[in-house]
Design a protein. Structure first.
Ligand code: GCU
Length: 396
């Protein structure tokens, strides 16, 4: 039968937050937009038809959800700040790279931290964490260690452990888009309802890391994974959608505006998120508050934008705010896009997997683990198991 929300937890949350729906039986009936039907009614039959449909879907997300992002600025430059070949007791080479977007003194600078495994015979595949928690979680001195970014473990498993702090690109507050990268690259008065929000800005930062990686001989730029937790997970999915150089995207408990289907209105909804975080999405997204059925898309299409590349969606059983079932259903509903490439996607029988039972499918993976809202070592290990399979580190 698979995972089901704990009944007591549903009762507790429902009484604490009476305005929020945690009851499966109160999920409205809905119809998801068809992945394989183009706006003009034409049907998508083959992989050859996919690029046009994919572009259409991408434009819908730019127009209605995350907003349109600019290209990299012409003056972008990479500065090597530090290289320490004896980091992590000799297991890794620490590289600190600053990505500059302008020569203006107060312009944002993306401070990329990388630990490259020393034990390797070829360029290494990489995991990039978009860090939405305090910078101490990505401490390059390794005095502070956190499961949120288990860099030693990532290196041990043969991946470059890379991370940047989201606030380097754009502060996580509603400032009218005058600060951060928005302030540098556009005039606030030129903004439109589909100008990029803060999540899109962070995703744009991840793409700039890819710009750097294609120049770095230590990194195998065909095997790079972008990952994030919660708001960072929403961002990782959008980064993977916008930049197809990422071979895999991982969403850990991203919920509303990430992997969860908006039409389910379970846990956090559009009205809630757009009120609490008015800067995250483009302003047009706010038009759908309480009108989810009017959206020309839903989040399964975001997952589908990864096809035929790999994607991992993970949930936690206590994190009903992020709607684990809605996240699973989006992952599953992306299957038709994978089928175009003769891939099975999640490839299950339709039921959710049991607790702590990762479903590593063909291109698409999902798990719901026990515990609360965080990025845990368990999550990381599962994500790397999928990357091992998908990025062909090990024979499957
Ligand atoms: C809030 C927000 C979520 C978000 C989370 C996080 O709970 O409502 O949408 O995912 O913060 O980023 O931790």
């Amino acid at each position: 039968m698979g995972w089901q929300a704990n009944k007591e937890l549903v009762e507790t949350l429902s009484s604490k937050q009476p305005g929020v729906n945690y009851r499966e039986e109160r999920v409205p009936n809905y119809v998801l937009p068809d992945i394989l039907s183009c706006a003009d009614g034409r049907a998508v039959h083959s992989a050859a038809d996919w690029p046009a449909r994919r572009q259409e879907i991408l434009e819908l997300f730019r127009e209605h959800v995350y907003g349109r992002s600019p290209a990299a600025p012409a003056g972008m430059r990479f500065e090597t700040v530090e290289i320490d070949p004896k980091a992590m007791n000799g297991a890794a080479t620490l590289k600190r790279i600053n990505i500059h977007f302008s020569e203006q003194a107060d312009a944002p600078v993306l401070r990329l931290v990388m630990f490259v495994p020393n034990q390797r015979t070829a360029p290494a595949p990489a995991f990039l964490l978009i860090c939405n928690r305090g910078v101490e979680n990505i401490d390059y001195t390794r005095k502070i260690k956190s499961d949120f970014w288990p860099a030693e473990r990532i290196v041990e498993r043969g991946y470059v452990a890379a991370a940047f702090f989201n606030g380097d690109i754009d502060p996580d507050k509603h400032d009218g888009f005058v600060n951060g990268i928005h302030g540098l690259l556009e005039r606030p008065e030129a903004r439109t309802p589909s100008s990029w929000g803060t999540l899109a800005a962070w995703a744009w930062g991840a793409a700039r890391v890819m710009d750097y990686w294609v120049t770095d001989p230590d990194v195998d730029d065909t095997r790079c994974v972008v990952t994030g937790h919660s708001r960072g997970g929403k961002t990782a999915l959008w980064a993977g959608a916008e930049d197809t150089r990422f071979a895999m995207a991982v969403s850990n408990e991203s919920g509303c505006g990430g992997a969860a289907l908006s039409r389910r209105c379970y846990g956090e909804t559009l009205s809630i998120i757009n009120k609490a975080m008015p800067h995250w999405f483009c302003s047009r997204f706010h038009d759908y508050n309480g009108r989810e059925e009017a959206l020309p898309l839903d989040q399964h299409l975001l997952v589908a934008l990864m096809a035929p590349r790999a994607v991992y969606i993970s949930s936690a059983d206590q994190d009903l705010w992020a709607d684990p079932r809605g996240e699973f259903l989006a992952a599953q509903a992306a299957t038709p896009a994978y089928a175009l490439f003769a891939r099975k996607g999640l490839g299950n029988d339709g039921a959710m997997p049991d607790l702590n039972t990762p479903l590593l499918g063909d291109g698409v993976a999902y798990h719901v683990r026990e515990g609360s809202h965080t990025y845990s070592l368990y999550d990381w290990d599962c994500h790397m198991d999928m990357a091992d399979r998908e990025l062909k580190l090990k024979p499957s």
